[in-house]
Write a protein that binds this ligand. Sequence first.
Ligand code: DGJ
Length: 731
Amino acid sequence: MGIQFDSKNKTFHLQAKDTSYVMEILHEGYLVHLYWGRKINTYRHSNFLQFLDRGFSGNPYQHKDDRTFSLDTLPQEYPQYGNTDFRKPAYQIQLENGSTITDLRYQTHSIFKGKAPLEGLPATYTECDNEAETLEITMEDSLIGLKVILSYTVFEQFNVITRSVRFINEGSQSLKLVSAHSLCVDFRDADFEFLHLHGAHVKERHIERLPLMNGIQSVESTRGASSHQHNPFIALLRKGTTEDSGEVYAFNFVYSGNFLAQAEVDQFRNTRVTMGINPFDFNWKLEPNEAFQTPEVVMVYSSEGVGSMSRTFHELYRTRLVRGNYRDRERPILVNNWEATYFDFNADKILDIAETGRELGIELFVLDDGWFGKRNDDKSSLGDWFVDRQKLPEGLNHLALRVKELGLDFGLWFEPEMVSVDSDLYREHPDWCLHVPGRNRSESRNQLILDFSREDVCYEITKRVCNILASVPISYVKWDMNRHMTEIGSAALPPERQRETAHRYMLGLYKVMESITSSFPHVLFESCSGGGGRFDPGMLYYMPQTWTSDNTDAVSRLKIQYGTSLVYPIVTMGSHVSAVPNHQVHRSPSIQMRGDVAMSGNLGYELDLSNLSVDEKEIVKEQVSHYKEIRQLIQFGDFYRLQSPFEGNETSWLFTTKDKTEAIVYYFRVLAEPAAPTAVLRLKGIDHSKQYRVDGTDQVFGGDELSYVGLAIPVEIKGDFQSFVWHLKEL
Ligand code: DGJ
């Protein structure tokens, strides 16, 4: 178990609960990949490497007399460029002489219990050393004094392996990293499908699954954020893999900025997967004695389909990525005023909504954008984090206290990384934003991005946010970010370091978030980037939940939340009931369906509660009180997907407690269908030997019957936009 090194065969065997990962050091020090997949007890080279003389695959100098040895055909752990491998390398370094050739060989390794933190970066962690074992393999290019440490951590019980890489310049010349992936896996075949999550603002994390083609298939972000457009997640699936069966090899990047995830199928049908900081528009100067740490990749292998992969990610992220007071605590039901008022509010309006919220059982009021500077629209004031006395004449503290007196906690919106051109901050410090001298500064939503690669900027913004958090009784912060990077450059960096700006920005942001979240441990932080534009494990390390999408339409949310659930735990997904017709797509699902979709995540409301009819208020009150009963199950239970919104008109999913004594099943049908079949829904994840009562009825079924025979979907469900819920409790 854990990590074994066979010194005779020079093989490393990493074993997690159901997974094995094997590498070998060849005699010249090349580190080759031998196996990743279902767990085996002992590896004895049944798939030994076979060497062939392949045309146009050259031979490294030491093998010049052996035409069968080429790096071009070797499955490697961290391949280099320039000495016979023509595929994409895992990294590339430019030397002072202009060359980009390096030659890494194994030097030494160490194995230790536990996992070391990654300096300045978000990463999974252990609570005690026995939970994980780490292997660090030091590779060296002795000609230039470059050391590259490949780290592998095995979380045995979580069934996860994480990887990252550290570059250390021990030579005397200045090196330039032009690419530095966090991982490479060379598979010895290409019989896979490529699964990824793509999207757009208000349409995040839609699932796409395509056969792997010859050549390169990739997803990436060049936007300075992990992005709505592509999530830093890919998986290779064996053909025929389903939710419940088949092999899945999944990769998720613990980073919130530009990334590249790619699979390259070579001429011999091998597949090379690399994932890391996007090399596009990136380089990093590494002076002698400096080091560069790549972010982490979490690798999950599942032999039981995509569902099991998701539950593995969920468990690890819920307990060993997310941190802080709220990690294991039920999350409050909130009401947010954004879609209720947008910028047009005053203290009375806010208190009206909060008061109705209290009557309905809501626990937290969140004051969204528009409370600071003179922000009556999105054209000004970002950076001026001082209360707008026109709107809130008695100040923020007074308002927060009034909300608290009503019995709700108070939460506040910030967009700390941004600055409006029309702001005192920008007038005082026009060089504090990302920009390139002599070039116009492109705006997006009328705003520019503060240069978080600069310490002075980070310091000032941290101070401004902390001043408010220290002087107002705030229990929750929504941390927004509403544009992507253009004219990326920093006034504080020399020309040769300009291409470091985007990554330095992320390091600055992580430092700011670490400082603020650790100074206010009682505050629940929710990250947001125009909805789910930075829904990634990097942000979740600092902030335990994310606003899933600016699209609050219940029908759109089926796909968005289903796609998000592939990787990210339910408890991390902010999910609100909003008004109809919906503001993004102008659709009008029933209040029941809106509630059921929102209750399948972290429930909140985002509408003017004081405008609801008496009947609607009753329904909301009922939803809120029901959610309080089930939220432990929803937020901390196991999640099973039953029917996919990407495959049809119906969606369903199920939550069970760990001990399977309780489960809740949500079924959604988007449109009414003529001549529809009378269908059944077969359940998953429940205990076949237990007897369950359907709550609110006297029906009792065995778990086996519910799983094999299924539950009849009531034909009484009529019309468009319907939902139905079964709550099962062990008898
Ligand atoms: C984008 C967010 O996703 C919205 O929920 C809201 O907070 C607005 N920004 C406010 O500007």
